[in-house]
Design a protein around this ligand. Sequence first.
Ligand code: AMP
Ligand code: MG
Length: 345
Amino acid sequence: MKTEFAKLDGTADEEIYHRASQIINSGGLVAFPTETVYGLGANAFDVAACKKIYAAKGRPSDNPLIVHISDIKDLYPLISGISEKTQKLIDAFWPAPLTVVFRKSGVIPYEITGGLETVAVRFPKNIFAARFIKACGVPIAAPSANSSGKPSPTHASHVLFDLDGKIDMIIDGGHCEFGLESTIVDACGDTPYLLRPGSVTKSMIEDVIGHIEIDKAVLSPLSSGEKPKAPGMKYTHYSPEANVTIVSGSTEKVASFINEKLKSDSSACVIASEQTSSLYDTENLLIIGDRNIPKTIGSNLFKMLRKCDYLNFSSVYCESFDDSEEGLAIMNRLKKAAGYNIINL
Ligand code: AMP
Ligand code: MG
């Protein structure tokens, strides 16, 4: 299959959305930008089209897809009932990088919920995503537009690298603002749960609905047989080909440990912050962002992990970052990318 590549640059954007909507409405797949990561979209009502998403990504069929809308009125046909806390959340945040879990209505096929009675819905804020969904005129089922298990795509070139020839079209909207996937919350029951951390943080949510539990799969690896509330959290995720090790401890100890490792291994690199980069005595240095502005680190994390592979490094030593507020999402993705391989000095 030939993958069409279309860049949104203000000159022919309406034609691009029109072409994308033709593809979606004839059962094809379109990758599109959002404020979190690129999504791989299909018509959520078209089971055959949604199955193509699983095939293109190599995604296990029990890992459900998020359904994307561009207008709040399009939510209600997809769900059966809404809890008071859930209503408060969508009133306070949407459109936002926040995905909310609902009891599904009959129009949502089980093939996209991994057989669950619930459906996860998001109303993205990104204007390109909103225009694409609106042009299609149907809800768009979309996971991240990467090969399953690889770092999520934060640039159209990442989608092309993973999925060229496997999907119909890629809409290039430049870099994603946040670069980490949406926060997922399930507030259907009495106890609300944070199923996946993102840039809408736990404390921002608690300001609106009170205390929220963090699902165990967010913080630590699950033992065999344990089931996370977001089925996708049990799979290996975000992993480059290179082996990733997180090194945590005082700045000086971390730098001297990593410098030693790099001295004896020319195929190893370090991912460091702007503040600490001068401590490394190597050319194999990738600077991820400013520790004092976590958003810079979040938006570059997946790009850096991919870069390690493009540059053929076989080992990556990464500094650790503060895990409060939006740092929880950064460390959740980084720990998964490292397979929980963490050295505490
Ligand atoms: P991705 O968009 O690739 O990040 O994958 C979607 C994520 O949403 C996965 O981690 C899924 O497990 C999660 N998800 C989708 N639908 C549901 C649902 N009904 N309940 C809980 N988690 C969900
Ligand atoms: Mg994904």
